[in-house]
Write a protein that binds this ligand. Sequence first.
Ligand SMILES: Nc1ncnc2c1ncn2[C@@H]1O[C@H](COP(=O)(O)OP(=O)(O)OP(=O)(O)O)[C@@H](O)[C@H]1O
Ligand SMILES: [Mg+2]
Length: 213
Amino acid sequence: MGVIGGTGSGKTTLVNLIPHFYDTKTGSVYVNGRNVKEQGMQSYLREKIGVVPQKAILFKGTVRENLLWGKADATDEELMQALKIAQADEFVLQKGGLDAVVEQGGKNFSGGQKQRLTIARALVRNPEILILDDSSSALDYATDAELRKEIRALKTTTFIVSQRASSVMHADKIIVLDDGKAVGIGTHETLMQECEVYREIYHSQYDEQGGAV
Ligand SMILES: Nc1ncnc2c1ncn2[C@@H]1O[C@H](COP(=O)(O)OP(=O)(O)OP(=O)(O)O)[C@@H](O)[C@H]1O
Ligand SMILES: [Mg+2]
């Protein structure tokens, strides 16, 4: 599922309702048929949903310690596999592998590297639902595309939040948000025909021939 819209349109607010980070004022949110407000749902949601928040947060320590925060008993093999899917294995190996030092706030890693490490952390838990809140905004198009390919192959229900059409256009379904409202839900093709806001976003990023602007 892709979620697209301008800054402040409500993307983060929407996806944060899924793990019940806060309550709805009206309406209800169901995960696998159960209201997220139900008794006992909090631990279920924590276990089943992997959230990569918009702002990547890393702790002082090693790469291994940062990843184990997702699943304390994960093996090195599982950690490396998660890094690989997140397109983070190469730079981590260059920095010394799982024992590589992470400085306070992860400041010895670039913005895009931090994003990929936090994605890997969420993947370590093998979540049934993966929420990526603008988690690849600092990646170049090729790396972003490779990441999406790997994640698609996992067959995990995934919400990809982005301001970029290229990050969501291949999703099975895209929600277009504008000023807190869903102004379109559909595939890239139907939205291009029916949703003005989606068309505007697309054309601001692609020229008439479909090349990236
Ligand atoms: N804690 C809060 N209290 C009050 N208003 C908030 C709070 N968090 C967000 N908002 C407001 O809700 C609206 C939606 O914000 P949201 O963070 O969901 O947007 P977004 O689509 O994720 O934007 P961005 O692309 O910049 O991340 C904005 O107008 C924002 O100012
Ligand atoms: Mg946001």
